[in-house]
Design a protein around this ligand. Structure first.
Ligand SMILES: [Zn+2]
Length: 376
């Protein structure tokens, strides 16, 4: 199947990639300044990369981990639309006082809420501070008439990403009462295109990232809501074929028909294929070869060879490799640098981190640990 399986891969520069993510965590380098409004998302890619590399606890101090944990909980805010996490405290100058209620300019954000829950799971937080009821109220406040979700309650900004976040949060909570699932599933189907991929919203061109998000959402939803399964066999086949034809001759995946390969689509398309049970059709050796060429000499992985690295492409490249390691287990030397603990493709987290989230976020986890609601 592979045309390049005999090409020797260089080592994956694990230490360099870990150092790149640590640098981005402690002070945002110049090229990343524009993402300051979404510091929580950036932290996730840095912390998540260290987690995938298996060095998170080794490369960070307990002091730093405590500080990050407290900083994330400071973004957990309540108000008239329920409870969730906001992107960063850039809208308010003061810290959060006891009984603080957010205003319409400082509401929780659904993408940041998903991100915060995963960051806290990587930090192995016990989630005793999580307002679970408030969280389902918040998700409900974000769902729109057409089944889609807005980023913050009442905003006009919506696309499939926000729907995925609502599904992932409900799945981690093991509580779907905040979502009208049939209506949301109907919205997903309106984003499907003739190619078999999914667009950002109805009538948009199919794109790798949103296709992953649609596929993952349909597989996260409880099967009781999907009497015919997530996709019909014919739909599945069309989607698998579309995703597969996005693997370019360079080995990387492109996000759309007729575009250049980009490291992040190795994750988006690769994870979609993994969820659909079509992993074996991906040329793993070629995929790793492409990602090897995206490694920056001072650490970090960029979207394409010769570009500057960033935590987003570093994280998604490592996550792709966690699904598509080019070597079998027990490899040595250079080959061993390409091996990872397996990934949960539905939540987009290392399997042990996803398991921690699923064990500690649901309300039932409170009864067994004795924390939280009812024991003030
Ligand atoms: Zn990209």
């Amino acid at each position: 199947m592979s045309t390049s399986s005999h090409t020797e891969l260089p080592a994956l520069a694990r230490a360099g990639h870990a150092a790149h993510c640590k640098r981005c965590l402690s002070g945002l380098p110049g090229s990343q300044v524009e993402v300051d409004g979404a510091r929580l998302a950036l932290s996730f890619y840095c912390i998540g990369s260290l987690d995938l590399l298996g060095v998170f606890f080794e490369k960070t101090s307990q002091f730093d981990r405590e500080e990050w944990r407290e900083w994330i909980w400071e973004q957990h805010i309540s108000g008239k639309y329920g409870t969730g996490f906001r992107p960063s405290p850039f809208m308010t100058t003061a810290g959060i006082a006891e009984g603080y209620e957010y205003t319409d300019y400082d509401t929780p954000h659904i993408i940041m809420t998903y991100t915060a829950l995963l960051c806290l799971a990587i930090l192995r937080d016990d989630f005793s501070r999580l307002d679970r009821t408030g969280l389902t109220t918040f998700i409900r406040a974000c769902q729109r008439e057409d089944g889609s979700f807005s980023t913050v309650p009442g905003s006009g900004e919506f696309d499939l990403r926000t729907l995925y976040c609502a599904f992932a949060i409900s799945s981690m909570l093991d509580d779907w009462s905040g979502i009208n699932v049939p209506r949301a599933v109907e919205f997903i189907s309106t984003c499907r295109t003739y190619e078999g991929g999914y667009g950002q919203s109805p009538f948009c061109e199919a794109q790798g990232g949103t296709s992953y998000i649609a596929i993952a959402s349909l597989h996260l939803a409880p099967s009781s809501f999907l009497p015919n399964g997530p996709l019909t066999p014919a739909e599945r086949e069309l989607t698998v074929n579309w995703l597969l034809q996005n693997q370019a001759p360079s080995g990387g995946f492109k996000g759309r028909t007729n575009k250049e390969a980009d490291a992040c689509y190795c994750f988006w398309c690769g994870a979609g294929l993994h969820i659909l049970g079509a992993k074996e059709f991906v040329d793993k050796q070629a995929l790793a070869g492409f990602l090897a060429s995206c490694q920056f000499k001072y650490g970090g992985i960029s979207k394409a060879p010769g570009e500057h690295p960033d935590p987003y492409h570093t994280y998604l490249s490592l996550a792709a490799l966690a699904m598509y390691s080019p070597y079998t287990e027990g490899a040595e030397g250079n080959e061993a640098t390409w091996q990872f603990e397996s990934l949960d493709p539905l939540l987009n987290a290392k399997e042990s981190t996803a398991r921690w989230a699923r064990e500690h976020i649901p309300a039932r986890s409170i009864a067994t640990t004795g924390h939280g609601v009812g024991v003030e």
